[in-house]
Design a binder for this molecule. Structure first.
Ligand code: GLC
Length: 703
């Protein structure tokens, strides 16, 4: 295995000398973790222990008793009295992937990544185990709340921005779970069977974009198998594609417990097996004695681990970070994620001068789900704003706010008649009814897939009851992935999605309801009318051994387009309090430009989306259209902003599985521009006459 870098000899550490002096036993130990979140310690050398922690939305860290008593931790705990006093370090809970995905805003992702990098650095930790960029293949995957989108371009662009942010602070990001970990059912062993083109264009694409755009210093291989081979032993994915083709120069870390045999995973170029595995040492020793692995391979792997150490060892000089500043970053990210799905009869915003009494219904107003369950949970945030508290703060004394939460709704859950009567009386005398709806908490958790996409039944009932007596019913969805609104949509004047928006979600939701924040989020996943409309669910969860991705490229909106199925709310959809129009689409050479005008009195932000359709006479089967560019732009009231898109080959590429390479077909492409996958008012054609076969590039002329 050729060395892919030459370690520079630092003034303090001569890595090559260490490699020469290390015993084989030390080397074998170094290839496997020594605990749940730390690497092996080389006592005889000046290379300190490395630490790898979750999660993608904030640091999860149990403090030792000494750390808890430290001056730094004491200062933080006294500065934030609301935090818990247990072993969990006080760390910021940023919005989860579903919310960050709804921002469609690379600037936000980079800011969040940078703040997370700062917090990991302040605790002396080398790697953030994130971002989680698996594709939301269907709505039932329990970890959809952690992932950004059903679309590879959105996932790749946002993931790259996050990685750039984290690594600015000398901390490694670790995109995960490479690859095709798209369900929690059977995740430790299920075999994801997929054709090459689908794998390349949909499931590997986010990882490829991140590696090429942001150069992550680590990557986590998944538990599952891909076409029969465990991800931790998949030499083609890890060595041929990731390292050789994409140029990845970091370390591959296994998912926790994903390694079946340490020698096989080493041969596939997994650099670090996590966590500690007792049998790993014996497996390496036996493989070495049988000449399955040799010193050259072991040393090359150690070199890569030292290169990672060299990139991240500034974490040993931790600097304090500003949790107040990070709270503002978390609030802003939550603000940008809020997605407005419906707004009729002037329901939103609810201006203070318009109302005297507001009825707030639903426990997630007072105790919102700010994140999901499992390894990504951040459990001791310095702040936890709730919609209810923030609504009271913004509306002040002039507006009476009554709250009906768990006690009211669950008490009456079995005596629905009483609930109806009392709720109806209260709703009838309110100027607006806000219903905060969620799913049961098992619907947003690692290791568990959902088996439905309905809200809690008593909350659906509360929406229907409120409709009967109130002229202003607003539903706020505190959810981690698509839900069905079919049963109650007609009863709501407005529907907002707050997602699992982190510690600042309460502020963001309240600001949106009272009109301080103008929502600009867009759906990063399709909301189907019915689960039966989702093609990939016909090939889920598999037979317990394998799951065959028979839908191929038809994932998410690609399927709804190809099969002319109308979704409840389409991929890329989101309303605003502003009114935007698109116009003046022009092409000049390889540049596409268009304008977005804000015809309203309200400053706002719009997400420009550019999709392409392949030539109609193409000899390949292609999706009806595919997102290839997006940009979130701020447009002030009564102003117009121009957007310029450089049209590169990537805009028109597809993966040719016969030639095993990305190609561009010659022909006339349709380019669509708009603000959702089904609202694309501008279109133009681009005839492309370049293409390339084996190393031959024709004259490029795009007219
Ligand atoms: C878990 C998750 C992974 C996490 C790791 C460490 O099983 O799959 O996302 O980072 O283990 O907790």
């Amino acid at each position: 295995m050729e060395g892919n870098f030459q370690l520079k000899v630092k003034d303090e550490i001569d890595y090559e000398k260490i490699i020469r002096e290390m015993t084989l036993e030390e080397k074998f130990h170094y290839l496997t973790g020594a605990g749940s979140n730390c690497g092996y310690t080389l006592d005889r050398f000046p290379v300190k222990t490395m630490r790898y922690h979750d999660g993608p939305f904030g640091l999860r860290l149990r403090l030792t008793s000494d750390q808890k008593k430290s001056e730094a931790e004491r200062k933080i705990r006294s500065a934030f009295p609301n935090c818990q006093k247990g072993e969990e370090a006080v760390t910021t809970a940023f919005p989860t992937g579903c919310a960050l995905g709804a921002t469609w805003d690379e600037t936000v992702l980079e800011q969040v990544g940078e703040a997370i990098g700062e917090e990991f650095h302040s605790h002396g930790i080398h790697a953030v185990l994130g971002p989680a960029v698996n594709i939301k293949r269907h709505p039932l995957c329990g970890r959809n709340f952690e992932y950004y989108s059903e679309d590879p371009h959105v996932s790749g662009m946002l993931g790259a921005a996050y990685v750039k942010g984290v690594q600015k602070k000398g901390v490694a990001a670790c995109p995960k779970h490479y690859a095709l970990n798209n369900q929690e059912r059977g995740r430790f062993s299920v075999n994801s069977e997929v054709d090459e083109r689908t794998m390349r264009e949909i499931y590997l694409k986010p990882f490829e974009m991140i590696v090429k755009e942001a150069r992550p210093w680590s990557m986590m291989c998944a538990y599952n198998r891909i076409n029969g081979v465990y991800a931790s032993e998949h030499r083609e994915l890890l060595e041929e594609i990731l390292r050789k083709e994409w140029g990845f120069d970091g370390i591959v870390i296994s998912d926790w417990g994903a390694v079946k045999n340490r020698a096989y995973s080493l041969l596939a170029s997994v650099d670090l097996c996590m966590p500690y595995q007792e049998q790993a040492f014996a497996q390496l020793k036996e493989a070495y004695e049988k000449n399955l692995i040799d010193t050259e391979l072991v040393d090359e792997t150690i070199r890569r681990l030292f290169h990672f150490y060299e990139r991240t060892r500034s974490v040993y000089e931790p600097e304090e970070c500003d949790l107040e500043k990070h709270h503002q970053i978390a609030v802003n990210a939550a603000r940008k994620s809020i997605t407005l799905l419906k707004n009729e009869n002037g329901a939103l915003p609810v201006r203070k001068e318009e109302v005297k009494r507001i009825l707030v219904v639903g426990e997630s107003a007072a105790d919102p789900l700010i994140g999901g369950d499992g390894s990504s949970r951040v459990s001791n945030p310095p702040y936890r704003t709730t919609p209810l508290e923030e609504l009271k703060r913004f509306y002040g004394e002039e507006v009476e706010i009554e709250f009906l939460g768990h006690s009211f709704l669950h008490t009456y859950e079995h005596e629905i008649g009483y609930m109806e009567m009392e709720l109806a009386q209260k709703a009838a005398t309110a100027d607006a009814v806000l219903i905060f709806a969620n799913q049961d908490y098992s619907c947003t958790s690692e290791a568990i897939d959902r088996n439905h996409i309905e809200l809690e039944p008593y909350l659906e009932h509360a929406i229907r009851v409120s409709r009967r007596v109130s002229r202003r019913v607003i539903v706020v969805l505190n959810i981690g992935s698509a839900v069905s609104t079919a049963k109650w949509n007609h009863c709501a004047d407005a529907i907002l999605v707050s997602w699992l928006g982190g510690q600042g979600m309460g502020t963001a939701v309240a600001e949106t309801i009272c009109g301080i924040n103008n929502p600009g989020g867009k759906l990063p996943e399709t909301f189907p009318k019915d689960l039966r409309d989702v093609e990939s669910l016909k090939n889920y969860p598999g037979d317990g051994y394998k799951v065959v991705y028979k839908e191929r490229l038809q994932v998410g909106y690609r399927h709804f387009d190809a099969n002319r199925v109308k979704p409840e709310y389409e991929f890329g959809f989101g309303l605003s309090y502003s009114r935007f129009v698109f116009g003046n689409l022009e092409q000049r050479g390889d540049e596409l430009s268009f304008d977005i005008a804000n015809l309203s009195d309200v400053d706002g932000e719009e997400v420009a989306q550019v999709y392409i359709s392949f030539p109609e006479n193409s000899w390949n089967d292609h999706p009806v259209k595919e997102l290839r560019y997006f940009k979130r732009v701020a447009v002030k009231a009564h102003e117009t902003v121009s957007v310029h898109v450089k049209m590169t080959e990537e805009l028109f590429q597809y993966y040719n599985a016969a030639l095993h390479k990305w190609m561009v077909e010659c022909g006339a492409y349709t380019i669509w521009v708009g603000n959702s996958s089904r609202n694309l008012p501008l279109r133009t054609t681009k005839s492309v006459t370049f293409g390339y076969e084996e190393g031959i590039t024709y004259e490029t002329s795009m007219e």
